[in-house]
Unconditional design. Structure first.
Length: 273
């Protein structure tokens, strides 16, 4: 008996699965993604599942389409980034997809091999939507538990933080503080907080002008909302190469007027992967 593909089931199941793939990638990258972007990226992935309805494609063409689809999902989820950040985001999404897809395929092959149809790199699982939802949620839950276990093994301590901006570099005493959850609202990246006195030589002029109260020379200035670090409610941030104990950290640098207590800078320990 031929397998009947229900388009509504195909779209709903893939929307749900892609939702958790994007959430899992966000968890892996330690970036917060707005619900709207998660749903948009999930919808892109769900529409991509319609590829199963197309007659068998050349394998190379199929791979190229899948890569393009992955890039589209990554862009929808994380927005515009520099080339390196976008590459990291895309590869992270592929890794999470591989883990989720491999686990689902393996278990569903054991549980119901007759209910799986694969074409053009897209799988259709002839199982109840509720079962797919529960299984996908369980996989995502397992991923979160694993991430939490790793995080708890990281001690709260000081670290050597190097911040480079062009040819200039400063070395700071950094404090790993779980209370620092500040993130850039546009990119979702965590923010390392320091004071202007520690990074004056590497700070862009826009940051210095803003902290000095100047109303000119602020073109391109980025501000991150903050409730606890400054009275203004925002912190100027800038991009720089940041190393924490010689390990690259995908973060932005936030600058305050007043010096911090107990360290030169503070950072969320979860950014150390």
């Amino acid at each position: 008996m031929a397998l009947v593909i229900y388009i509504d089931v195909l779209l709903v199941v893939n929307l749900y699965i892609n939702y958790f793939l994007v959430r899992g990638t966000s968890l892996m990258l330690r970036r917060k993604v707005s619900p709207r972007r998660v749903i948009l990226a999930s919808a892109v992935g769900a529409v991509g599942s319609l590829l199963i309805l197309v007659p068998d494609l050349n394998p190379i063409l199929c791979v190229l389409i899948k890569i393009a689809l992955g890039i589209g999902i990554t862009f929808a989820a994380f927005g515009r980034q520099n080339k390196i950040d976008f590459l990291i985001s895309s590869l992270s999404f592929l890794v999470v997809s591989f883990i989720f897809g491999g686990a689902m395929t393996a278990l569903w092959n054991i549980a119901a091999p007759a209910g799986i149809f694969v074409r053009n790199g897209t799988a259709y699982f002839d199982i109840p939507i509720i079962a797919a939802a529960l299984f996908t949620a369980a996989l995502y839950g397992g991923f979160r538990v694993f991430r939490t276990i790793i995080d708890r093994r990281k001690p709260l301590s000081h670290a050597v933080v190097k911040i480079r901006n062009g040819a200039a570099e400063v070395t700071l005493d950094g404090l790993a503080d779980t209370g620092n959850s500040l993130r850039d609202s546009f990119t979702g990246k965590p923010v390392v907080i320091t004071s202007i006195g520690k990074v004056a030589e590497i700070s862009p002029p826009q940051v210095t002008n803003y902290l000095n109260g100047c109303s000119e020379g602020l073109e391109g200035l980025r501000l991150a909302p903050c409730r606890t670090i400054t009275s203004e409610g925002v912190v100027p941030v800038f991009s720089a190469e940041v190393l924490i104990n010689e390990k690259p950290a995908d973060v932005l640098v936030g600058v305050t007027r007043e010096p911090l207590s107990g360290a030169d800078c503070i950072f969320d320990p979860n950014i150390i992967i």
